[in-house]
Design a protein around this ligand. Structure first.
Ligand SMILES: [Mn+2]
Length: 301
């Protein structure tokens, strides 16, 4: 039984797992976030199953997972398909233990599709949906509404795994999702207003606290273009940091995120603050993060 590991946060991760599941129907699926990478690979030490990883990269904060990966690679093959901006040194170390394919012009689902999906129209549709969301085109209504239910149920692992199964069977919506989505949209609008209200503006960037229920892209749309900031930093209560930038900006957000031990894409990146952020600790967190962002912005080429 193969093991599929993919990113749990958005449609690209879920869709990557679905395409892999179509190719490997008996596989076990693990949906994880960056904070889980070390533990996930530690728990797989000693396995003899083939491991397929998608839509995740090993950043500075996850480097310690390389020790477990080295151990796993003694008994098992690892195929890692991704589209993030890998640090060259980490990448070289990882490549000793796995087959690693990274294509930054595609979403992860498309990279997986290139490997497993040829000639399969369901796989092609899954990959197309993921691209529409991951590159913020958001023109496909059915893809938009799946992203809404992923956000609505982001903490519910059983639900996310059932979405992987659903997509892998070529099903793209269920009637019962309508209610989940309606409820979610109302809640999201309210939370979106709150996070816009919690925004602090600095020279050319802004920082706010938000709920994981609100996609970072939506807060960005409400603030970046309207208030003319170049970079938006979105914190969430668990201590995740998301970076978004103004359209057409050349600032490499993955460079800024690396200053926090994170990584990602030039246009969207993430890192961890290392501890939860509450309304009480928000002011000090904002100050500490602003200082670092300022330095990174000044240091970039
Ligand atoms: Mn992705």
């Amino acid at each position: 039984m193969a093991i599929i590991i993919s990113h749990r946060k958005d449609l690209d991760g879920i869709a990557s797992a679905a395409i892999l599941k179509r190719a490997l129907p008996g596989a076990k699926v693990l949906l994880i976030d960056y904070d889980d990478i070390r533990e996930a690979f530690r728990s797989l030490e000693g396995t003899r199953e083939e491991i397929y990883v998608a839509d995740l990269n090993i950043g500075a904060a996850e480097k310690k997972a390389l020790g477990s990966i080295e151990k796993i690679a003694k008994n098992a093959r690892i195929l890692w398909l991704d589209h993030h901006n890998w640090d060259p040194i980490v990448r070289k170390a990882a490549e000793k233990h796995m087959t690693l394919i990274v294509n930054r012009d595609k979403c992860a689902s498309e990279v997986v599709f290139d490997f497993f999906g040829e000639g399969d129209f369901v796989d092609a549709k899954i990959a197309r949906f993921a691209r529409d969301q991951d590159f913020y085109t958001k023109k496909i209504y059915d893809a938009n509404r799946i992203s809404d239910v992923i956000a609505a149920r982001h903490g519910n692992m059983r639900f996310l795994l059932s979405l992987v199964d659903m997509l892998s069977m070529g099903v793209f919506w269920k009637d019962e999702f309508d209610e989940i989505r309606t409820e979610y949209i109302a809640k999201k609008e309210k939370l979106l207003l709150e996070s816009v209200g919690a925004m602090t503006y600095y020279e050319n960037f802004a920082i706010t606290l938000s709920s994981p229920l609100v996609p970072s892209g939506e807060i960005a749309r409400e603030t970046i273009e309207k208030k003319k900031v170049d970079v938006l930093v979105i914190l969430d209560p668990r201590g995740r940091i998301s970076f978004r930038r103004r359209k057409g900006s050349s600032i490499d957000l993955s460079f800024i995120a690396r200053g926090f031990g994170g990584g990602g894409h030039p246009y969207a990146a993430g890192a961890s603050y290392g501890k939860p952020i509450s309304k009480k600790t928000l002011t000090s967190a904002k100050e500490a993060i602003a200082e670092k962002v300022r330095k990174r912005l000044a240091a970039r080429i």
